[in-house]
Structure formats: C-alpha cells, structure tokens
Write a protein that binds this ligand. Structure first.
Ligand code: ADP
Ligand code: MG
Length: 240
C-alpha cells in the first residue's frame, strides 16, 4: 500500500479541530496516517463521536483539515483553492450519506444526473444513458421516473448510490449508508457496494456500526477518540 500508483488516497498526520480560537476549541482527529488502495473495500468503525464522519468529510473535500496533508489520486490538496477542490471532488469522489438527501421535486433519474448537471450543465445523451444503466444496475430501471416519495427507504438509498457513481469516482465514501435500513435491506444495499467495488474497480470506504457488515469487508479500520487503533487487512493486523 506504500506504492503511490496503487493509492487512491493518502493522509499524512491529519489533524482536525473545531471551534478554533474559541473557548470550546476541540481537536477531534489527532494526526491520522492512512492510505487507501485503488481497489480497497474497507470499513471504518468506532464508537459514536470518535471522528468517523469528520474523517470522511475531510477525505471527501467537504471540509478542510487543521493541519497535515491529504493526497487524492496522487495530488496534494493542502494548497488547492476552492475551484480546484470542487473539480477534484467532482472527478474522484462519490459520497453516500445515511440519509439520502434526494431532491423531492426531481425524479429518480434526475437525481442521479444531478452531479453531472452541476459539473457540466445539461446532460447529453450519453450521460442520460449512463444514469439509466446505473439505475438498472441498482434494480430500479422501472422506477427511473418516480419521485423519491414514491420509493421505499431502500430504493431511495439505491438512487443515492447510483447518483454517487454517475461521475465514475475512483473512491466511494459512505457514511453509515445502511444505518437507516432494516437488516435485509441493509444487506442488499451493502451487496451493491460490493458489486461496484468488484466490477467497476472503485475503492470503497464506508462507515458502519454493524459488525456483521464490517466483517465482510476486506479491511477494517478502527477509529477511537480521533486515533486509528487498529487497521486489519484479511484478518492480519496492518498497523497497531
Ligand atoms: P462520529 O461520526 O464518529 O460519530 P463525528 O466526526 O461526528 O464522530 O464527531 C467527532 C467529534 O467532533 C464529536 O465530539 C463531535 O461532537 C465533534 N464535532 C463534530 N462536528 C462538529 C462541529 N461542526 N463543530 C464542533 N464539534 C463537532
Ligand atoms: Mg458519524
């Protein structure tokens, strides 16, 4: 994993504080070193409040670290301006949240097309076809023209996954993507991540509280109180 060409993402001594300069300033990530390989399928676990969402938001360029460096596809992000960060995020990252954040006024396929529309305006025919193909891959081809409120929770999360993948990201980040679903639906949605990792070669880093699901990942990274306390690949300890 130290081979840079095989890395999708690398963190070096990453720190994050909130409320900087105020009486309630708090450092929540205390120097994280982490590398994610281009085909990794990794779970990020740890107690509530340990900094998992903070870490994912930093990796996804939704927030900025207080210090340290984040490399995405070999590019250092520290000195980048907002336009550069937005472009890199759009090209390389897909994000799935616990709550899908679909736009209720839009149909399923319009929601899937959203990231492309933000990046390049009106989608062309090939973009629309890609969105249709993705909806088919998540089992929703017949529901492409449905509004979110006509879909079940599991179906809505499938739309959100298709939306995250429409830009063909190198890294898919998911923050408790099954936390809001029943066990059976959660397993099905999880299997989708698995399939996209296998078939599209997209790296996946997902936060889950479900030990049953994290056990099926290739790698488990355990974050406690803002520090990685274990990083296990195929049952073998990688870092302590
Ligand atoms: P997790 O996702 O593991 O539950 P979070 O990353 O959400 O953890 O939170 C880590 C710590 O940072 C918690 O103590 C939380 O209260 C704090 N925190 C998160 N977001 C903010 C914020 N915007 N401002 C201040 N503190 C925050
Ligand atoms: Mg969280």
């Amino acid at each position: 994993m130290s081979d840079t060409a095989n890395e999708v993402m690398r963190l070096e001594a990453l720190r994050k504080s909130y409320n900087v300069g105020l009486a309630n300033e708090i450092e929540v990530l205390h120097g994280i070193d982490l590398s994610i390989g281009r085909t990794d399928f990794a779970a990020l676990i740890g107690p509530s409040g340990s900094g998992k969402s903070t870490l994912l938001n930093l990796i996804g360029l939704l927030d900025k670290p207080s210090s340290g460096e984040l490399y995405l596809l070999g590019q250092a992000t520290h000195g980048m301006d907002d336009a550069g960060r937005t472009a890199l995020r759009g090209n390389s990252i897909g994000f799935v949240f616990q709550f899908h954040h679909l736009i209720q006024a839009f149909t399923a396929i319009e929601n899937v097309l959203m990231p492309l529309m933000l990046a390049q305006g009106k989608p062309d025919k090939s973009a629309v076809q890609r969105a249709r193909d993705l909806l088919a891959e998540v089992g929703l081809e017949k529901l492409a023209d449905s509004k979110p409120n006509q879909l079940s929770g599991g179906q809505q999360q499938r739309v959100a996954i298709a939306r995250a993948l429409v830009t063909e990201p190198a890294l898919l980040l998911a923050d408790e993507p099954t936390g809001n679903l029943d066990t059976q639906t959660a397993s099905e949605v999880f299997e989708l991540f698995r399939r996209f990792n296998r078939e599209r070669g997209c790296a996946v880093l997902l936060v889950t509280h479900d030990p049953r699901l994290s056990a099926t990942c290739d790698r488990t990274i355990d974050l406690v109180d803002g520090r990685i306390v274990s990083d296990v690949v195929h049952g073998k300890a990688k870092l302590a």
